[in-house]
Design a protein around this ligand. Structure first.
Ligand code: CP
Length: 294
């Protein structure tokens, strides 16, 4: 399969190459693919991923085809494969897909058109991981030895699951924190207050209420008191430590409103970097420099 569906099979050298290319694009390097056409097929809500992919396409001179699942033939029972195969038959040069189905791309193996994963279930969100890594690299200039803790709804988070594997491979010290009900054992657990005091990167995760089968055991107020990143907790962080969050944020649940844009926060920088990472990934796939095999 062409495109980028997961980071699991990409080498750390290739990941560094994508980050370097994204930084070059951010520095003003221009690349154009006039005459190419791509679409974003989102079957789950999105603000950042969908529209930053579209901005990335426009920056690269690629025409964006609009798609709205609620008025497409999906509503008549069309399968994901048939929708994607249709866009391939129409002559598109690539599609970005987000689906709530884990590893949905496995049913698209025979599609030759590049597929870019905009997030699948609780499994992968490769361009989010890449923009997180780009933001960390811009900040620290390296990965090895950095201590990061992902805090909150780890078990439902494709961002956490994608990041834990690649961050470990890059030599980072990776921990998770938050309520026991969201601890899936995917990394060693760290007390939240200890994480704030000792980590280089405190990565807050959105409580993903829409993915919960059962009601969260803690009330929103209890969650905020125990696991919310507040101004008081930010004051305990190391001088050069930073705050990240993939967003959207639940203000006053996992993060206090006055922390979202505080001096240590890189949340909006992550969004800006998302455009450059997505430009880099699209460009490298169209140039044949990036191929995802799973
Ligand atoms: N971070 C992220 O994936 O945001 P959206 O759901 O808005 O795309």
């Amino acid at each position: 399969m062409k495109g980028l569906t997961t980071l699991h099979d990409l080498s750390t050298d290739k990941i560094q190459e994508i980050i370097n290319y994204a930084l070059k694009l951010k520095g003003g390097f221009s690349k154009k693919y006039e005459g190419k056409k791509m679409a974003t097929l989102f079957f789950e809500n999105s603000t950042r991923t969908q529209y930053s992919f579209q901005v990335a396409m426009l920056n690269l001179g690629i025409q964006v085809i609009s798609f709205n699942a609620s008025v497409s033939s999906i509503q008549k029972g069309e399968t994901l494969y048939d929708t994607v195969r249709t866009f391939e038959a129409l002559g598109l040069d690539g599609v970005v897909i987000r689906s709530s189905v884990d590893n949905y791309f496995k049913e698209l193996e025979s599609i030759k058109m590049p597929i870019f994963n905009g997030g699948d279930g609780a499994s992968n969100h490769p361009t989010q991981c890449l923009l997180d890594l780009m933001t960390i690299y811009e900040e620290f200039g390296h990965f090895k030895g950095l201590k990061v803790c992902m805090v909150g709804d780890v078990s439902h988070s494709r961002v956490a699951h994608g990041n834990i594997d690649i961050m470990r491979r890059l030599g980072m010290d990776v921990y998770i924190s938050g309520p026991e009900e969201f601890n899936d054992g995917s990394a060693p657990h760290l007390d939240f207050d200890e994480a704030c005091k000792t980590c280089d990167i405190v990565m807050m995760l959105r409580v993903q209420f829409e993915r919960h089968q059962d009601k969260m055991q803690l009330s929103k107020e209890e969650y905020h008191n125990l696991y919310g990143l507040t101004k008081e907790r930010v004051k305990t962080m190391k001088d050069k430590a930073i705050i990240m969050h993939p967003a959207p944020v639940n203000r006053e649940i996992e993060i206090a409103s006055d922390v979202v844009e505080c001096e240590k926060s890189r949340i909006y920088k992550q969004m800006t970097n998302g455009v450059y990472v997505r430009m880099a990934v699209i460009s490298m796939v169209l140039d044949g420099d990036l191929q995802c095999i799973y």
